[in-house]
Design a protein around this ligand. Structure first.
Ligand code: NAP
Length: 247
């Protein structure tokens, strides 16, 4: 029970890596504030069953992270719960693939909006709560695309590189308040995002990895579990590559 009695906020947890993270955290004893973009009865049913099975609470909080007002309201609801926030997983994100000369300013701005600006706005508010309690672990879902120069990844890769750099800066600013900030850089992972990728780009990255396969979402969730738990208590400001060995 690595996360017994901890409370985790996880964004984008209705599917993919976020859902695997929610499942893994709750199975390890965490209660959760499950942030999703919009109401979803199937997800609500899943959360009810999951919470009952593991004897924890799951509060669902629907809001669009790219809306500054909706995010402020969501933060107000979190504050209203008057609970200690131990973990924040900034998982929600969007992909985009286009060669640089075909990348529009609109695409660039849209991708940065969700993958960077929205993450920072939400993190700023939650980290203030963590600062008051003098503890916390923040985990940013970046990407190996933010570390390597893969063709077709100008917008997505740059947004994730910006998130990685913010991870390091936040870690150095917040460490004194007992808050750890780390990033995970997955490569190709079997989620809906996998289906959106150009198959040739996907196969190239898989072929470039030592393990020669895509990750399962649970394999990325396990890295988040490590970073969320006290097992990583002396790790901050790091980017953990979960890329099957792109060497
Ligand atoms: N899959 C990969 O190969 C891969 C590789 C490297 C990094 N990553 C990163 O890992 C994270 C999770 O990826 P994934 O593959 O699980 O993605 P996914 O299956 O496409 O799910 C994305 C999640 O983000 C949510 N989201 C997107 N925009 C949002 C917004 N404006 N407000 C609130 N929620 C929003 C989605 O909500 P809706 O369901 O409402 O759309 C969904 O829950 C992302 O940050 C991604 O960049 C993924």
């Amino acid at each position: 029970m690595l996360l017994k009695d901890k409370l985790a906020i996880i964004t984008g947890c209705n599917r993919g890596i976020g859902l695997a993270t929610l499942n893994a955290f709750v199975a390890q004893g965490a209660s959760a504030i499950a942030c999703i973009r919009s109401e979803n009865p199937e997800f609500a049913q899943h959360c009810q069953e999951l919470a009952a099975r593991h004897g924890v609470s799951i509060d669902i909080l629907p809001f669009d992270l790219t809306s500054a007002d909706a995010t402020k309201e969501a933060v107000a609801r979190i504050v209203g719960l008057r609970r200690r926030i131990d973990i924040l997983v900034n998982n929600a994100g969007a992909a985009s693939g286009a060669l640089f000369q075909m990348t529009t300013q609109r695409d660039l701005r849209q991708i940065f909006e969700i993958n960077f600006f929205a993450q920072l706005q939400f993190t700023q508010s939650i980290s203030r709560l963590m600062t008051r309690q003098r503890s916390g672990s923040i985990i940013n879902l970046a990407s190996v695309a933010g570390l390597i120069g893969e063709p077709g990844m100008t917008a997505y890769g740059a947004s994730k590189a910006a998130l990685i750099q913010a991870t390091r800066t936040l870690a150095s600013e917040l460490g004194g308040a007992g808050i750890r900030v780390n990033a995970i850089a997955p490569s190709i992972t079997h989620t809906d995002m996998y289906e959106q990728m150009d198959p040739a780009a996907r196969e190239r990255l898989i072929a470039a990895s030592a393990l020669k396969r895509a990750a399962r979402p649970e394999e990325i969730a396990n890295v988040a579990l490590f970073l969320a738990s006290d097992l990583s208590s002396y790790i901050t400001g790091q980017v953990i590559r979960a890329d099957g060995g792109i060497l």
